[in-house]
Every structure is written in C-alpha cells, then in structure tokens.
Design a protein around this ligand. Structure first.
Ligand code: PGA
Length: 257
C-alpha cells in the first residue's frame, strides 16, 4: 500500500514576517490544488504562522500549515514557549519535533520529543518526528546507523498511545546530509526508512506501521527528489534549503505526485 505522500518545507530561522508572507503567496500562486496524491506543508517561524495562515486561507489553498517546534504544556509560566493549543488556534495541522538542530542547539532529548508528540496528538496536530544519525555513527556502519535511529524512534513512541501511532509522521534526516549538499543515496534512505517502519511494527503492530508516513530529509532538491519518490518506504520529504525558493520547493512536490 502506498501512502499519500507528504512534502513539508522547514523554513528554519529564515524569513521576516514580510518575507514569509511573500514566499507563501508565491508558492500559492504557482500551486495547483489538484495535487491530490501529495500533501504539502509550510512550516514558517512561529512569528509568521498567522500571516502565512491568512495567505493560505485567502487563497483557499490545499497547502497545510505547520510549526517547527512546540512545548508540551497547555499554558502557564513558560517564558518564550508556544503550546499545542496556540498552534491549533492559528491553524496548524502539523508540527516538527525533535529536529536535529533542536536536539543539538537546544538540548532536546528523546523524552522531550515524545512528550511533545503526545501533546500535539491530543489537539489533533500531526507531529513530524525527526530522527537521524551523525557522521560519526554512519562511518561505523549501516547497522549502527539503524540501531541509533531505532532508539530515537522507540523513545518517541514510548510516550504515545498505541492507538495514535499510525497518526504520526517520521522524518529520517541523517545529520551529515542536512544543509551540506550531500544526500543519502535512495538506497541508504530506503533501507533506513524500511528499518524505521519495521521498528514501528514491532512496537505498535503492522497496521500502525503501514499507516505512518516516513519522509526523507537532507539536501533534497528538485534534481534528486525523483530518485527518492519511487522507494516503497519513502513517503515524501522534509525540505530545508530548497523550501525557501518556491520553484525548487514545488519541483520537489511534483516529484512525489
Ligand atoms: P536541508 O534541510 O534540506 O537544507 O538539508 C533539511 C532539514 O533540516 O529539515
């Protein structure tokens, strides 16, 4: 069974509110709402969520809104944090959690990632749970890389009710491929995504594992996206750099149609 593809643009800490509004408008102008078998998501910085939501609403666009992070509490004395309820109120349907940059620069642990995913599911926002090994692990071997990633997936799933596992999205993003111009080969990405799916099946059953969409991320571009799309366990992409240029981003979306 091939799942509906998902292509999400992670804008990271790029774009002012004005730039984000213009970029989302440009993407909408070039987007055809009949890309039925692929779902497209824009994840701008928090500060631009409302403006991008307004553009998508005004355009009656099929493109969904996503955030790049969240805190698990509903509200309260957590200076600087944003809750799942706030994301829901602004129209988010997706939220990235556990991106390697958050793990590295903000000390996010596997346990944090699980709590965030659970909190998002409770308000019906789909978590995009990021996992991926560094170059040090990859150089030891493919088996070690898979072991490393499986530990990250299992830790995130620990917090989630079994019945909800099928609703999550996992993004396999080898750290050595993020923003480096160096991509995993489609074979490496497929092997890792298949291994992740097998791990989910072990924990939550084959049905849930068959529903979970697993994305590849790491220097995906319009030129290489078509080589990942046919792989049976790769259900789309999480796009960083190329998501900031509307034509490049939509070139990747089209590769998954
Ligand atoms: P990249 O980033 O496409 O620029 O490599 C991907 C990501 O970090 O999500």
């Amino acid at each position: 069974m091939k799942r509906r593809a998902l292509v999400a643009g992670n804008w990271k800490m790029n774009t002012t509110v004005v730039e984000a509004t213009m970029l989302s408008q440009d993407i909408c102008n070039r987007y055809y709402n009949d890309y039925d078998n692929v779902e497209t998501v824009l994840c701008p910085p928090f500060i631009s969520l409302k403006s991008v939501a307004t553009v998508l609403d005004y355009d009656k666009s099929d493109i969904a809104l996503g955030a790049q992070d969240v805190f698990w509490e509903k509200s309260g004395a957590y200076t600087g944090a944003i809750s799942p309820q706030m994301l829901k109120a602004v129209g988010c349907r997706y939220c990235i959690v556990g991106h390697s940059e958050r793990r590295e620069y903000f000390g996010e642990s596997n346990n944090d990632v699980g709590r965030k995913a659970k909190a998002l599911l409770s308000v019906d926002i789909t978590p995009i749970v990021c996992v991926g090994e560094g170059i040090d692990v990859r150089e030891v071997g493919a088996g070690e890389a898979l072991d490393f990633v499986v530990v990250q997936v299992a830790a995130a799933l620990e917090s989630i009710d079994f019945a909800d596992v099928g609703r999550i999205v996992v993004a396999y993003e080898p750290i050595w491929a993020i923003g480096t111009g160096r991509t995993a080969t489609p074979e490496i990405a497929q092997d890792m995504c298949a291994g992740i799916r097998a791990c989910i099946a072990d924990i939550a059953g084959a049905d849930a594992a068959n529903k979970v969409r697993i994305l590849y991320g790491g220097s995906m571009k319009p030129e290489n996206a078509a080589s990942f799309a046919p792989e049976p366990d790769i259900d789309g992409g999480l796009i960083g750099g190329a998501a900031l240029k509307s034509q490049d981003f939509l070139g990747i979306v089209k590769a998954f149609i």
